[in-house]
Design a binder for this molecule. Structure first.
Ligand SMILES: [Mg+2]
Length: 206
């Protein structure tokens, strides 16, 4: 590639253990008998109940006290050596300060953070590939002709078609080590495509 690659990184479920913090808060403060392994689907409001769900979303801790996803800090630092890595999250705008606090606490070398709020496509931001745990964002990327790396989580497992590469642009990884291998693979793919394009346009101009 002739320029530095841009790899977007999602926050919750990729860098930040949002589910872990959610389970902790509901157990400790609301007395819910809930375990991490109970969370297997994206929408959990039905399982938790609307009252506790509404309470949960009012807690600032939900967005600033969570643990790192295993390997994510080191993985992000290594990613920054080979690519620009904007962090793009669909978190609501009201938790901007909490989000910065968490990144600062963990000393993430993040030069670019986008807090889009819900319902906005992450493809509004320029990047070559995105790492995300939400299938919808991966499909959105592929439809825009961009690459996505699905970070495996229990709530994105029931999409078996992705394992054979939906649209040929979606990859799946199990952990942060695999993220880095996958990014290197994608960089190579893009270089080959670019070389092919150059060759084709040289052929047309001959
Ligand atoms: Mg996420």
């Amino acid at each position: 590639m002739n320029r530095r690659m841009r790899v977007a990184v999602d926050m919750d479920g990729v860098l930040y253990d949002w589910i872990g913090e959610m389970v902790f808060l509901l157990r400790e403060h609301r007395g819910l008998d809930i375990k991490r392994t109970d969370i297997t689907s994206w929408w959990t409001k039905e399982k938790i109940g609307p009252k506790d769900w509404d309470w949960l979303w009012e807690q600032r801790e939900l967005f600033q006290d969570g643990n790192l996803i295993s390997g994510s800090k080191r993985g992000y630092e290594l990613l920054k050596k080979i690519a620009d890595a904007p962090i793009i999250t669909s978190r609501p705008h009201r938790v901007i300060a909490d989000t910065y606090l968490w990144l600062a606490l963990h000393r993430f070398p993040c030069q670019e953070l986008h807090i889009l709020g819900g319902g906005q496509s992450k493809t509004l931001i320029p990047w070559d590939a995105i790492i995300d745990d939400k299938i919808e964002h991966a499909v959105d990327a592929a439809k825009a002709g961009r690459r996505a790396i699905v970070f495996s989580q229990p709530w994105n497992r029931d999409f078996p078609k992705l394992d054979v590469g939906l649209y040929g642009l979606i990859h799946r990884v199990e952990n942060w080590k695999e993220v880095l291998d996958c990014v290197n693979e994608i960089a190579l793919e893009i270089s080959i495509e670019e070389a092919q394009d150059e060759q084709d346009s040289a052929g047309r101009n001959r």
